[in-house]
Design a protein around this ligand. Sequence first.
Ligand code: AP5
Length: 219
Amino acid sequence: MRVVFLGPPGAGKGTQARRLADRYGIPQVATGDMLREAMASGSELGQRARAYVELGELVPDDVMLAVVEDRLRRPDAERGFVLDGFPRTLAQAEGLDDLLRRLGRRLDAVVLFQVPEETVVRRLAGRWTCPACGRVFHESYSPPRTPGVCDADGSPLVQREDDRPETVRRRLAVYAEQTAPVVEYYRARGLLHSVDGSQDPDAVAEAVEAVLRHLVEVR
Ligand code: AP5
């Protein structure tokens, strides 16, 4: 299964991508997580990305395409993958098509998570993440068993730098300017499936499953 998850910041892409990856035994290729790991390690990629990520701007396309190519060439992506946060520009979408062509593979589906802006703002303001395992919680909607502590490994939870209100506003504007055209790109290719991402996480997961089950059946 080769799937792209699209949607605005806070739409629930990461939450659902993790579930799908666990269910199908495929890697979750989350470009935002990869950049945050690179930033934490102080690598050359991390140093280059920091200025963009902290302002809510997009990291340049050539950098992101190289990161994704490297990841999709690893053996665990041969059975499939869920791309979470990529592509985000038309150039990235075209670059992904080119890469998959060179690898002799093709996308099965693109799932668009539709969530009203006021909902994503609330979600990002209450998001807490585990820096060790990447699990995501929300202080009201999906709180950890012990406040401030990861259920899975007991690490102290942190809030993302780019979830500050002014950066969230910029990320939403960047989505409207640069990522919305990607939605039309996939719609025109007949790959786009919209899901109501404003429901509770189990209901969203069922809607995603319904889309993907159908695709597996018709294959
Ligand atoms: P990235 O990390 O990809 O951020 P994003 O796309 O803005 O998405 P988020 O991670 O904020 O949200 P999400 O949709 O995954 O929601 P989540 O599941 O966490 O990118 C960060 C930055 O990296 C970018 O700004 C850019 O600088 C750079 N970057 C990354 N990829 C790039 C690329 N391809 N090109 C260039 N630059 C790139 O959920 C959010 C919250 O809501 C959580 O608290 C969760 O618990 C809660 N929640 C989730 N689902 C539900 C639900 N159904 N009901 C109630 N609460 C829910």
